[in-house]
Design a protein around this ligand. Structure first.
Ligand code: RIB
Ligand code: CA
Length: 308
């Protein structure tokens, strides 16, 4: 089975870092590029952090800078209380030697999809602004991507940014609505499953022992993330949101799906809530509702341990 060609759209971000390093190391993922977006951090910090991660891994992956603000609404505060001001907890920011490509994130997505029709999986693990802009620029990409795997939203698990809205959707609900309206094949990896995939301090200490460079970095970055979860969720560990989305590409067998059209509430108290749409003409999304959480954890941990 050839490796899946994936573009990760990302706001790194501690769990984004876990997802990106997993994608770089795992044999069944061919990471074609990283496109950056605001959310956990500003777009400029996300871009710096994406470059830093590729340099830490020693693998040359193009990074394209994305949008600075949401499609319609005013920008919301970045989640620095979750990921730290520099995005990797208390790990000091390291200045990458590389630079992003000249193209914008949307241009990079459109160019790569048009050059590889039927082969590219888009995996947004941040707000969906770049994908919405790419759709506006070239609607034909909806028929040319292989699929879209979204870390975001929830069907029955409520929200984490508000009681109703998951953070990635909350940051740009209009963009999410555009992504869910398009005719491409969308799989939603929402809080329904990512809240079930949890790792803790011992898991990350084991990564550091087995893979001092990549595992050691993730262990250092995760400490801040553990403390956030202790305060916010009442356990000392972390939800593996973004790695779970990328793992669903490599191991779809670990997930059980429902299907239905999705919409997003874009204003009011419930802004950012993903809901099942009553529009029978809207494409049906694949909704991850069940997960073999232990297997997903093991795939993540064993993959990073196999690195260095
Ligand atoms: O709600 C979790 C999502 O929001 C994750 O992608 C996390 O990195 C933040 O972007
Ligand atoms: Ca993210």
């Amino acid at each position: 089975m050839p490796a899946e060609k994936v573009i990760i759209d990302t706001d790194p971000g501690i769990d984004d870092a876990m997802a990106i390093l997993f994608a770089i190391v795992h044999d069944d993922i061919d990471l074609i590029g990283l496109t950056t977006i605001f959310g956990n951090v500003t777009t400029d910090i996300a871009t710096r952090n994406a470059l830093a991660l590729t340099e830490l891994s020693g693998v040359d992956v193009p990074v394209a800078r994305g949008a600075y603000v949401p499609l319609v609404q005013e920008a919301l505060p970045v989640a620095d209380f979750v990921h730290g001001k520099e995005g990797f907890g208390e790990v000091p920011p390291f200045a990458p030697s590389g630079s992003p490509v000249e193209q914008t994130a949307a241009d990079f997505i459109c160019a790569t999809v048009n050059a590889n029709p039927g082969e590219i999986i888009l995996c947004p693990v941040g707000p969906l602004t770049n994908l919405a802009i790419a759709l506006e620029q070239d609607p034909s990409i909806a028929t040319k991507v292989k699929s879209v795997t979204v870390m975001g939203g929830s069907v029955a698990a409520g929200g984490n940014a508000t009681p109703f809205a998951e953070a990635n959707i909350w940051q740009d609900p209009h963009a999410a609505r555009a992504v869910f309206e398009a005719s491409w094949d969308v799989t939603l990896v929402g809080l329904d499953v990512t809240h079930k995939v949890i790792c803790g301090p011992a898991d990350f200490a084991g990564l550091a022992d087995a893979a001092p460079k990549l595992g050691g970095f993730l262990n250092d970055a995760a400490q801040f993330y553990f403390r956030f979860h202790e305060k916010h969720d009442g356990f000392y560990g972390c939800h593996m949101h973004d790695p779970t989305a990328v793992i669903s590409i490599a191991r779809p067998d670990l997930f059980t799906l429902e299907h239905g059209p999705l919409d997003v509430i874009v204003e009011g108290d419930k802004a950012g809530q993903t809901i099942k749409s009553s529009d029978t003409f809207r494409p049906r999304a694949n909704l991850c509702m069940g997960v073999d959480d232990n297997a997903v954890r093991e795939v993540f941990l064993s993959t990073i341990k196999s690195s260095f």
